[in-house]
Design a protein around this ligand. Structure first.
Ligand code: KIV
Ligand code: ZN
Length: 518
């Protein structure tokens, strides 16, 4: 019999996660991430802030239409226009929630909102009541709660529950709290707010002091029953509470927390890789749970212990987070059927055309690489499911470099509607030379802001994955590509970022702006 308390996992990767600089996703990418979050079995997906931009409105609407089981939430300030827009965006969602927020701390009241405590309570009540006209599931967040006077926080929370809020979310907006103190805030609200049993108590922690997960877990121990988090801990500044860390801490230390989630933890790695891929934000190798080294035992003493008995040094099994390490999946002789079956097992569904292209890529890879693993397949598929129109496509390149020659590149690119163009350039190294030649073809002078290269699997024949960020004309975009040839990967990743830039320029989308007052 299930005796644990059930913790609701509220994922805000598509809203708070996307607020991180350089992390914007296209609509199709958001829908793809939402579908994966549904496979992961999160309870709530916060899909955006509908008033913030037409793109955010559309993403809340489309995610609401795309997913079936999770509740889809849209964010709104306690302003009529915000709430109406959120209500409209959520019209078609099967299960919807409006999440209204208003800052309550003295600092925010006096300097940002210029409103007194009574007016704040009044606005919060009005906001909740207006949201209830659209949805019966309404969450209220007193922004900067962790720096709000406890007595005032209690008054606000009591008032919004009376007004009908069904979830009360306590944000540590600036990542200021420490676990024992944050737990006291939750315990205080649980014991002092007279109507607290009419709402679910939630927490939303930022990681400015590296304590977002610790604070969230302390809050669970004190009675919180919803945790707001993001995949890979993505989010503004230092990020949000990491979904994978909080979920695995609850699962691994069930003895201590007496709580469980509905998450299918075997989907964690696939979700992490997808989010990293669409945002262009690489996961640090030592990141808990999803980092490349999270389950790698380097020290001889540890390896010896693990070989004798896994539990000596392993508190979680890699397979529980979907990491089937070192598992040979497919090879040169695997056919289309085996390829499709493995994709299905990985929870990836492709249309016929995409499947055909991915299979051709797989065959090309199998000619160069002996053993092909899940990570390789996911990297191939990531490119095939790239939704950005290919205005520029790499056809061929040739480079020369060496200690005593000037690095030179000749690059051939197919330009949509204009045919094939070739140009050449010299550079600091072969990759720089390739980028300069590409710029001559595209006519865009891009600034390379960031460039990272890592091997997807072990072995000398491993694919190198390049993740980079480029900027031009006030826009910043990322690109990613994996190949056994790292110069080719660098060129394709660069062109992928350029294609994204071109799409944004053509759509006339301005770099994302947030409404005033956030
Ligand atoms: O950090 C924060 O306070 C927020 C709220 C909108 C919940 O993101
Ligand atoms: Zn936040």
């Amino acid at each position: 019999m299930e005796t644990d308390d059930r913790i609701i996992i509220f994922d805000t990767t598509l809203r708070d996660g996307e607020q991180a600089p350089g992390c914007s996703m296209t609509l199709e990418e958001k829908v793809r991430v939402a579908a994966q979050l549904e496979r992961l079995k999160v309870d709530v997906i916060e899909a955006g802030f509908p008033i913030a931009s037409p793109g955010d409105f559309e993403s809340v609407r489309e995610v609401g239409r795309a997913v079936t089981a999770p509740i889809v939430a849209g964010l709104a300030r306690c302003i009529d226009a915000d709430i109406d827009r959120a209500g409209e965006a959520l019209q078609d969602a099967r299960n919807a929630r409006i999440h209204v927020f208003l800052a309550t701390s003295r600092i925010h009241r006096e300097h940002k909102l210029k409103k007194g405590p009574a007016e704040i309570i009044e606005l919060a009540i009005r906001g909740v009541r207006r949201a209830l006209q659209y949805q019966k599931d309404v969450e209220f967040s007193p922004e900067d709660a962790s720096r709000t006077e406890m007595q005032f926080l209690k008054d606000v929370v009591e008032a919004v529950i009376d007004a009908g809020a069904t979830t009360i979310n306590i944000p540590d907006t600036v990542g200021y709290a420490v676990p024992s103190q944050f737990a006291e805030v939750i315990a205080f609200l649980k014991s002092e707010v007279s109507n607290i049993d009419r709402a679910v108590v939630s927490v939303h922690c930022h990681d400015d002091l590296g304590m977002a997960v610790g604070n969230s877990l302390a809050a669970v121990k004190a009675g919180a029953r919803q945790v707001e988090c993001t995949v890979n801990g993505l989010g503004e500044r230092a990020g949000n509470c990491s979904m994978e860390e909080v979920v695995m801490a609850l699962a691994t230390r069930r003895d201590y927390f007496g709580a469980s989630t509905g998450i299918d933890t075997r989907q964690i790695m696939a979700t992490s890789r997808l989010v990293s891929s669409v945002t262009g934000v690489a996961v640090p190798p030592n990141k808990a749970i999803v980092g490349r080294n999270a389950f790698a035992h380097e020290s001889g003493i540890h390896q010896d212990g693990v070989l004798k008995q896994k539990s000596t040094y392993e508190i979680m099994r890699p397979e529980d987070v979907g990491l089937d390490q070192g598992r040979l999946v497919l090879g040169k002789h695997s056919g289309r059927h085996a390829f499709r079956t493995r994709l299905e097992e990985l929870g990836i569904s492709l249309g016929d055309e995409q499947l055909q292209r991915a299979f051709e890529q797989f065959k090309r890879l199998a000619d160069k690489k002996k053993d092909i693993y899940d990570e390789d397949i996911e990297a191939l598929v990531r490119e095939e499911t790239e939704v950005v129109p290919e205005v520029f496509r790499l056809v061929d390149f040739h480079t020369t470099s060496g200690p005593s020659v000037t690095p030179t590149a000749t690059v051939t690119v197919e330009v949509s509607g204009e045919g094939v163009k070739t140009d050449a350039a010299i550079g600091d190294g072969p990759i720089d030379a390739v980028y300069r030649a590409v710029d001559r073809i595209t006519g865009l002078t891009c600034e390379l802001r960031d460039y990272g290269l890592h091997a997807i699997t072990g072995g000398k024949d491993a694919m190198g994955e390049v993740v980079l960020e480029v900027a031009a004309n006030g826009f910043t975009e990322h690109g990613r590509a994996a190949r056994t040839d790292i110069i080719e990967a660098s060129a394709v990743a660069y062109l992928s970022a350029v294609n994204r830039l071109v799409m944004r320029m053509r759509n006339g989308t301005t770099p994302k702006e947030k409404p005033r007052g956030m």
